[in-house]
Design a protein around this ligand. Sequence first.
Ligand code: ATP
Ligand code: MG
Length: 425
Amino acid sequence: MSPNAIKVLYRLHRAGYQAFLVGGGVRDLLIDRNPKDFDIGTNARPEEVRRLFKNSRIIGRRFRLVHVFFRGEVIEVSTFRASPEPPEGPDDWEEGEIEEREAESPDEPGPKAVRDDNRYGTPEEDAWRRDLTINALFYDISDFSVIDWVGGLEDLDAGIVRVVGQPNIRFEEDPVRMMRALEYGVRLGFELAPETDAAIHACHALIAEAVPARLTYELMEALRSGHAAGIWERWDHFGLLGKAFPELDLDRDQILPLLRCVDARISRGGRVADATTIAALFLPGFARLLAEMTSDGQRLANAVFLDRLRAMLEPATTHMMVSNQSFHQMYHGLFALTKMRRPPERGRQVLKLTRHESFAVAWDLFEIGTEVGLLSGNAKDAWCRAVEQVRKKPTGKVQEVVVDPVKRTRRRRRKRRPRPSESTS
Ligand code: ATP
Ligand code: MG
């Protein structure tokens, strides 16, 4: 268990508060898996937690919780609550602002703060508001016991994913729980409880009402999990995908091999950037665009291609609330692929591409796209050699990047067009 989480638990406990490890941390420790993160539940109020930890911050607009910062790790501490409301989406987090306001007038919350005292609850109420029984176990630091109010231990033993309480009601409260139930089933290799299964079939259409940022958050969690292909299939099987992400290309035959490829990289211990995995979902569309734009055998006009690329990416990424930074990386990463269809022509081209901030995304997409056969791998060896040279001499000069000489002489040099800033208009 994380020494930092233990530190937080003990400090809360010694200060006279209840302190439990909650959620996925308990679940994973009980089945001998490495927890992704450690969440702590306590009866201390956010301000009280904040006072105990100098290295902490209150976050959240609708319901406040505390992030305690350690080197390379954040421990999330939340006060027990009774509210059955869905948890905060990433867009509900406003780090800093709330804390600053409270420092100014601790007893007078400003207009945006929610008086959440009446939504605090007991540990048991906190367990009942959670999504799945296996996610509602509490580990009590005061006597090292696991407390199970909802039957989570039995389900964990039997390998069953079961929604806490009445599944239909819980899905109406928060449709994202349907996606989560299926996701944990795949990640843990568990079966769905029959009533949970039936309720997803009955309620799947509700997913269209979920907040897009939260859907994207769950999608990202799935893509990072190393089980993206399996989760995607389950979401598709229950009819959630098309309603959750109406703008995405959902052609299974094309998407599933891509996701398997991403999963394989993650299970080999590789890191795949979020921008890469989202962009990978657009590779089939990108390949069609490439084929269409080059079918006449002409060299691509960059500006036209970029316009079409943006038109392909923008509706979906806007709907999914993909951050500007990720969009930028996807857009430039995909565009770089147009350059990698042929062997590099000049050292300058290699340097320019490899030094671009989205090159890591481009390179991963190139490998994934060629592996599944969506992109041509004809120039792969030449690019690998060139990139290898740059890696060996990261500060090297253009002359030091030697590209395939045959290709270099074969192409006529084009006259450089003036940049807009150089034009006279
Ligand atoms: P992991 O971090 O491995 O994905 P986790 O169970 O910790 O798994 P988180 O998304 O970190 O999942 O959520 C932490 C806990 O918050 C969950 O274990 C669950 O108890 C609760 N939770 C998360 N999402 C919901 C939800 N939509 N409705 C109710 N409870 C939720
Ligand atoms: Mg977690």
